[in-house]
Design a protein around this ligand. Structure first.
Ligand SMILES: C[S@@+](CC[C@H](N)C(=O)[O-])C[C@H]1O[C@@H](n2cnc3c(N)ncnc32)[C@H](O)[C@@H]1O
Length: 157
């Protein structure tokens, strides 16, 4: 199984990007992982929130394969602790799916089409994080999840 994280909008924050890159490298020891950034919508100032979400959603749909399992990161999703999240990852690996895709929404969240298409929703907290910060937090949790599955000391430090 491979894991892909799709996020909307580039972040120019060098420090944040360097932390993200660091965890992506570490995660790569355990699983084939990719981060795909969908560029910001141009001229979004002229669009309503719903229109922007719709456009972002259309771009996301184009990136998906029919066999992908799509899981949204959404503050109203299901909450896991790190150990149960690692079991969630293991369950998907055992199920024989090809690719697990996690999706981070843009500044206004997801379109209705994306909600309909999704196979599940995961929340990292009831608090709202920026669409940039959540990349780092989630990739770290993926890394942590695999260290738990492999019984590495990282989780216990
Ligand atoms: C600024 S938030 C969007 C908030 C928007 N009001 C909404 O209703 O979704 C941008 C993206 O970050 C992610 N996000 C933010 N906080 C989150 C949390 N606590 N758990 C999971 N994902 C979160 C979601 O993917 C969300 O679409």
């Amino acid at each position: 199984m491979t894991i892909k994280l799709i996020a909307i909008g580039k972040t120019d924050d060098k420090q944040l990007n360097s932390l993200i890159d660091n965890y992506i490298k570490r995660l790569g020891f355990y699983i084939k992982f990719s981060l795909e950034i969908i560029p910001d919508i141009k001229n979004s100032k002229n669009l309503s929130e719903t229109q922007q979400k719709q456009k972002e959603g259309d771009l996301v749909m184009k990136k998906l394969s029919p066999s992908d399992i799509l899981v949204l990161l959404d503050e109203n999703g299901k909450q896991y602790d790190s150990v149960s999240f690692s079991a969630y990852l293991q369950k998907h690996m055992n199920s024989g799916i090809k690719q697990l895709v996690f999706l981070i929404g843009g500044p206004y969240g997801f379109s209705e089409d994306i909600y309909k298409k999704a196979n599940g929703k995961i929340s990292l907290s009831k608090m709202t994080f920026s669409h940039q910060m959540i990349r780092l937090f989630f990739i770290e949790q993926l890394y942590r999840g695999f260290t738990i599955l492999k019984n590495e000391p990282y989780h216990h430090h």
